[in-house]
Design a protein around this ligand. Sequence first.
Ligand code: CP3
Length: 357
Amino acid sequence: MTTAAPLTASPLLRALRQEPGDRVPVWFMRQAGRSLPEYFAVRGEGSILDAISDPDRATEITLQPVRRYGVDAAILFSDIMTPVWVSGFGVDITPGVGPECAQPFRSADDLARLRPIDPDRDLRFQTETVRNLVNELTVPLIGFAGAPFTLAAYLVEGRPSREYVHVKSLMMGDPDLWHRLCDRLADLAIATLTAQVEAGASAVQLFDSWVGALHPEHYRRFVAPHSARILATMADQGVPCIHFGINSGELLDQMAAPGVSCVGVDWRTPLAAARARTGGRVALQGNLDPALLLAPWPAVEAEVRRVLADNAGHPGHIFNLGHGVLPATDPDTLNEVVRLVHAEGRADGGAPEHRET
Ligand code: CP3
């Protein structure tokens, strides 16, 4: 039996510590799932929540992209709605639509439907999946949870939204109830992330996908304190945290909160600008536009090189997309992207003209 190198020396965990390494790590949000034919072979019919709560299927689906692409991290196959689902609130994930709640959250009475969870009982399937994965993997496993704003957006709107009218009305019209809701959602995130870390996840990502809908001042008042509590709790557990949002260029400085090791950057913000906005305090993850993966290869190749050049060899870079892999993406393209990033990415301080003094 060979002894595997410790995961702490893996490219992903080095990049999260902003340490130089011999390559730029790469993984893809939504690397598992609908872009892979082997996913359909094991997913089964019915709600995705059924596959998530079956440790054998969830383990296999998590491993599929790691085998196929040789990415530098696995991400647990689950969903941001899983803890809300096990809390008994009443949510399903409709294929082609996303999370839907038959009875959206609209008043204080609805708090009773969001009961606290006991991970030992309610998330046993998740703990078993994480343990299976940690036994099999030679790359770090990233655990994750949804952040309070993004979860609240689904609960209050009742479905995916563009305008966030109800959620913004609740925030502004009844701040006390808003904060009580976010407190509950932060508790759910802490419970699920803690269970994942105790079972062996090496890093966690807090998904606040829709937070770019907010003005920075509203983010500061209504959202940041709740996400900060989650991030600080996880940092106390010694686990690196990635904090992700879309359209969040104006929020990056606040999102690089205490306890955050890395912020996700979408394709609208150049990495160099993101690094300036966050004062170099955190690593950066991103930021290829996932839609461009459907363009002809020479264009994709040029974009991969541009993202790497934008980072200028800085050690704290995790190559990823600005958002998840689109279902129509050709898996062979992702293979080529991994190959190119591994061949060309530098994590050693870059060319002399880019080196920081
Ligand atoms: O590989 C991975 O990234 C791990 C798996 C993962 C899923 N959901 C599985 C999934 C992760 C990290 C998520 C997180 C998630 N879920 C987010 C945050 C990331 C983001 O995309 O911003 C959000 C907003 C959700 C909510 C959600 N769940 C949406 C919007 C959808 C898509 C609905 C659709 O069918 O278009 C889902 C369903 C979902 N979650 C699928 C997968 C693979 C696809 C549906 C299926 O197979 O039935």
